[in-house]
Ligand binder design. Sequence first.
Ligand SMILES: C[S@@+](CC[C@H](N)C(=O)[O-])C[C@H]1O[C@@H](n2cnc3c(N)ncnc32)[C@H](O)[C@@H]1O
Length: 224
Amino acid sequence: MSERLHRQTEPELMDEADEALAYAAADFAEVNAAFVERLCELAPDRGGAVALDLGTGPADIPARLAGRKPGWRILAADASRAMLLHGKVLLNRTGAGVRLVMADAKRLPFRNACIDVVFSNSILHHINETARLWNEIRRVARPGALVFLRDLARPRSASDALDIVRKHAGNESALLREEYYRSLLAAYTEEEIIEQLDRAGLDGFEIRMVTDRHLDVWGVIPPA
Ligand SMILES: C[S@@+](CC[C@H](N)C(=O)[O-])C[C@H]1O[C@@H](n2cnc3c(N)ncnc32)[C@H](O)[C@@H]1O
């Protein structure tokens, strides 16, 4: 049996102008709509929630969410100035009431226990110091808050990763295909995420593969 693919890190932030532009120009409509659908399923009520998106990128997901949850106050954080510029353009165009925040998800400028819903699409594979991310989520989320992260799962082999890139990004730019491949190699496996959650005291969280390349992690923050 061939050996399981080792994780290969990629830069934490997407702060180069060309990569931010390639990402903002790519068509993620279907996956982003699916993400928002799943978040709304997990949070059918929670009226008036303060919600926080970590690693918001071009802010398409929070903009869509604002249309579905008009009563929520949505904050969208990223530490890449280049990405936030694209987010600003999108929010101005759509008129979505989302507040952009320039912040590191491992050191957020929020007080303890002030967030009702923490969500994120595709930040985890960027982060090496995952304990700092999970601890920060625990710190800012109030007990009872919903946490929902979706990310890529590392394929079993480099050739499986190439197949995924061909299947799901075959029509995208060469730069985006290259980044997608690197992201798949930087992604964590289900077993690695279970260990991260155990260490953060979030062992009640659930993990599930939801597509051929995505896994969901979700749960409710336990009492302090
Ligand atoms: C793959 S993009 C995903 C963007 C967006 N969530 C989406 O699904 O379209 C990952 C984003 O996370 C941001 N990011 C990575 N590490 C971060 C950190 N420590 N703090 C804040 N943002 C971070 C990157 O700059 C990038 O914009």
